[in-house]
Design a protein. Structure first.
Length: 326
């Protein structure tokens, strides 16, 4: 794609970023991380985290007005909600007895990134029941287009059928349901027939049993995701772009651009998913949707923090996205 693309955001659209396992992201910046040794940190940052928070922030960067729905517990939960509201992201939180988790990103100025992810506090049956009711109520919001983006891991106590249940809840309210998960929760979500699933190569290999080495094998895995129930599937190849395919399409699409040297790759997949959701609300073609997603994921490499993409960066990068049919 070699022409500038300016996408208008339809005000009569609603985006719900559903977070079953949100977090506070703590970023430690240091000069040379040495495992097993004393390490002195130069800078510390704390931001709202979890995949759905990154998706919401990226949608905000594109000009949308997303709503974040998630669990929130203790002081970290309060900090999480305050951070999202500071970014002018609407929140609908379900309080939990246990505190929200803290994820750790160790950013070595030499270019290495180490992530340490907590499992999250245990969710009770009543908290999970309330969460489903909050989502069902939100999905009924009056809007011409409604998209529920269900992304991230499951905390202890939440059933493996959770993503599948939320897909069904969204679709019963005439919402599109987009999923980014992994393992058994992903398998069950696929069986519920999500409108789109966007996962990375490792997650796709696990659920499809297809070894992914290149765009062609990624296309094979994406088609298997369709066989497993998805209406469209996108597999991320990291700096080699995205491969996507829709049901009833003969050809898959490979979209990619020149890789950038990233500050951090954390949140790139979430930004790409935000691009796919935004594209669905703006009636872009599948090729244009993948191009926008690649641009969003790539622009995340330039962002100060995960999900904090800048629309001008996205537009500039989008002009250089390559599209290939497979």
């Amino acid at each position: 794609m070699n022409k500038p693309v300016a996408h208008s955001y339809p005000l009569a659209s609603a985006f719900f970023c559903v977070s079953l396992n949100p977090a506070i992201d703590t970023r430690l910046v240091l000069n040379g991380f040495l495992p097993g040794r004393v390490n002195r940190v130069a800078e510390v940052y704390r931001n709202p985290g979890g995949k759905a928070a990154h998706v919401a922030m990226a949608l905000k960067g594109l000009g949308a007005t997303p709503t974040w729905i998630g669990f929130s517990g203790g002081a970290t939960g309060n900090e999480l909600l305050a951070g999202l509201r500071h970014l002018e992201i609407e929140t609908r939180a379900v309080s939990t007895g246990q505190s929200s988790r803290v994820n750790l990103e160790i950013l070595d100025t030499q270019g290495e990134v180490t992530e340490i992810l907590e499992p999250g506090g245990t969710i009770t049956l009543s908290e999970w029941s309330e969460f489903q009711q909050v989502c069902a109520s939100a999905f009924q919001l009056a809007a011409n287009k409604r998209i529920a983006v269900i992304s991230g891991s499951l905390p202890p106590g939440v059933p493996t059928e959770a993503c599948a249940a939320l897909v069904s809840s969204a679709q019963s309210a005439n919402c599109l349901a987009f999923v980014d998960s992994s393992g058994l929760p992903l398998s069950k979500a696929l069986a519920a027939g999500p409108d789109l699933v966007k996962i990375n190569g490792e997650e796709a290999e696990f659920v499809t049993q297809v070894a992914i080495r290149d765009p062609n094998s990624a296309a094979q895995a994406a088609r298997k995701l369709l066989d497993l129930g998805a209406n469209s599937a996108v597999v991320s190849l990291g700096d080699r772009g995205l491969v996507g395919v829709r049901k009833h399409d003969r050809l898959a699409i490979h979209a990619w651009t020149t890789p950038l040297r990233p500050k951090s790759t954390v949140g790139c997949g979430d930004a790409a998913l935000a691009g796919l959701a935004f594209a669905a609300a703006t009636d872009l073609s599948f090729e244009q949707s993948l191009a926008l997603a690649v641009a969003c994921g790539t622009s995340n490499c330039l962002a100060a923090f995960p999900g904090r993409i800048v629309r001008e960066d996205v537009s500039r990068i989008e002009q250089g996205v390559h599209i290939e049919q497979l």
